[in-house]
Design a binder for this molecule. Sequence first.
Ligand code: NAP
Length: 276
Amino acid sequence: MLATLLERDTGVALPMSRALVERYGGELRFPKRSPCVFANFVSSVDGIVSYDEPGIERAREVSAGHAADRFMLALLRAAADAVIVGAGTLRKEPGVWTAASVAPDLADDFADLRARLHLRPHPTTILVTSSGEADASLPVFRGEAPVVIATTREGARRAGSLPNARAEIVGDSGPLRPRALIDLAVRESAGGRILTEGGPTLFGQFLQDGVIDELFLTIAPRLAGRSRDKRRLALVEGTAFTPSGSPRGKLLSLKLADEYLFARYALRDGGARGEG
Ligand SMILES: NC(=O)c1ccc[n+]([C@@H]2O[C@H](COP(=O)([O-])OP(=O)(O)OC[C@H]3O[C@@H](n4cnc5c(N)ncnc54)[C@H](OP(=O)(O)O)[C@@H]3O)[C@@H](O)[C@H]2O)c1
């Protein structure tokens, strides 16, 4: 159960069941704007999202699989028309991007929420890759959620034979433009609530192009550290901002479960300018 420390989000409340409202510690509201692009990550106190070493690279090593973080993952997936995921994350997190896969105990409540929102049973998974290289045996290619591979001309040749997936050419060569990826997600899911779970490289590009409306960030009560040998991955990779060009957050909501903090920021300031 999340305890609410601050709540100043506005917008339209999702038609959540009483069980979901109780677990979330109140209503979850989203702006009416479409598309509305929101990101969800878990980081250590020092901003690390992956220990980035074989066997300990997954997000759950940061979150320690905390139930409240899994609930947040599930709730945001349940609210989304589409979930955009980079190929680096797909390779390290061999799962499926549905609500029930991370919170099976509340599967009926999430299914009910999607039905009330007139959404398809699962958000469309949009996998982003220039190379088109993906392991056909991964669970996402056997799951119930529709899968679209957003890729290049060359990538489509490689990804064309993946099961339960369709390749869409979004650009001649990579990196693919964030706005084109959002447009694809809107088109493919026939909806405007677009979640991205990163990873950090894709998120950096989205920030640079100013397409992220909101960031949901779970801060796990641990410090990962980094060294020359063990660099780890931070929340934003591959993009660096100047102090004056850094995207700024307006804190919309702050919740607490055990020692975990759940922050929600509005990010859209139109002024983000990355370098590199
Ligand atoms: N803590 C958390 O909440 C969280 C969330 C997500 C991920 N993670 C962790 O982050 C790590 C992965 O990090 P990452 O930075 O490698 O992840 P990523 O951003 O998911 O993947 C990078 C890859 O995605 C593709 N890509 C990204 N942007 C693209 C674009 N604009 N156009 C075309 N392709 C694009 C490229 O794939 P190709 O090489 O195929 O072209 C690129 O190599 C994993 O350890 C994962 O567990 C943690």
